[in-house]
Ligand binder design. Structure first.
Ligand SMILES: [Zn+2]
Length: 341
């Protein structure tokens, strides 16, 4: 009750309802929830799969090990048929006809484990996928501001000098604060150029090309990963197009696919009208779009707590079924467009 008094009753009720729903979710089978939520098409996505903690990632979300990743994929394969990006586009263009439940898997940020850890597992299990890439980071030319904040955090934590106010400052820094973060790293003796050379956190161009040769699809994830709702429409289009053109120069991708960095929340219909994408993806979970036929919501497989794939999927589908019964499973972007105009 202390929490309720401090934070107000709203969050307390919401928090306990979520806990209650989660307990209910775990009491039934995954097939039961899949049927309840009517999940005929499932779009899970990840960032990295690593056996060891990573200083630029671990403070942001828990890393999934190769063993857990493989177990999760096998679970998904038991319930859904894997399809590639071309098949997904054909399904969308055909007006989303009824078919056997399927999934399309994707990965954001172009981290090096996509090539070294993830691709071999996918090839072994016969699972196609799309990798969404930021052109600015390929070949380890720059560290994304969020990874930079996490690296500074890890550095301070390792030196046992991490103050709570530092953590708050680091994770509230935005895309526009990259220079400040670089100066901070410099001040504490954390060399970002050395980290980029030694760690090679992102894919090299030759690895990106190899992924394509292996049969995987490559899509855009913006040029350097800003939060789109903070950009003007023109900036959103520029971030997207600069990256898509760079990818086209590198790879000649047949499908113009794009996944929003962070979130598509509060991105208006104008962006979708003008960006000329074959397919685009958000990360809002088990939800659908009211106005956009070519935009797909994905489910983030990396949660703040480590749980089994089965627990995560049960929880996601149960929540999806609750939203559906409340009539809240569809995202309406007309409101966003009105509010911004
Ligand atoms: Zn991202």
């Amino acid at each position: 009750m202390y929490y309720a008094q401090r934070q107000g009753l709203g969050p307390w009720i919401k928090n306990n309802m979520k806990k209650g729903l989660d307990q209910l979710a775990q009491a039934f089978s995954l097939s039961f929830w899949q049927e309840k939520a009517k999940v005929a098409a499932f779009f899970p996505f990840y960032h990295a799969v690593e056996a060891e903690p990573q200083p630029h990632i671990s403070p942001l979300y828990p890393l999934i090990s190769p063993q857990q990743f493989e177990a999760e994929l096998k679970l998904i394969l038991a319930h859904f048929e894997p399809i590639d990006l071309g098949e997904l586009l054909a399904w969308v263009e055909a007006g989303r006809p009824a078919r056997k439940p399927f999934f399309h898997l994707s990965f954001d940020d172009g981290l090096s484990s996509c090539y070294h850890v993830i691709a071999p597992i996918l090839l072994r299990l016969g699972v196609p996928a799309t990798f969404f890439i930021n052109g600015a980071f390929i070949d380890n030319k720059r560290l994304m501001f969020r990874h930079l904040a996490a690296l500074i955090y890890s550095h301070l934590a390792a030196q046992k000098v991490l103050a709570p106010k530092d953590a708050k400052l680091l994770f509230s820094a935005g895309h526009a604060q990259e220079a400040e973060l670089l100066a901070w790293a410099d001040r504490i003796g954390c060399s970002v150029p050395d980290f980029l050379v030694q760690k090679q956190p992102y894919l090299k161009l030759e690895e990106l090309r190899a992924l394509q040769t292996m049969g995987f699809s490559i899509g855009g994830h913006s040029w350097d990963h800003p939060l789109y709702k903070k950009l003007s429409l023109e900036e959103q289009l520029l971030q997207t197009e600069k990256n898509q053109q760079q990818l086209a120069l590198w790879l000649r991708q047949p499908i113009r696919a794009f996944a929003f960095p962070f979130t598509d929340h509060e991105v208006g219909l104008d962006f979708f009208d003008r960006s000329n994408l074959d397919l685009s993806f958000g990360g809002a979970g088990i939800k659908e779009e009211m106005q956009l036929g070519r935009h797909i919501q994905r489910f983030p497989m990396e949660e703040m707590r480590i749980r089994s794939g089965e627990q995560k999927l049960k929880s996601a589908f149960a929540y999806g079924s609750l939203l559906r019964s409340l009539g809240k499973s569809k995202i309406d972007r007309r409101k966003t467009a009105r509010r911004l105009s």
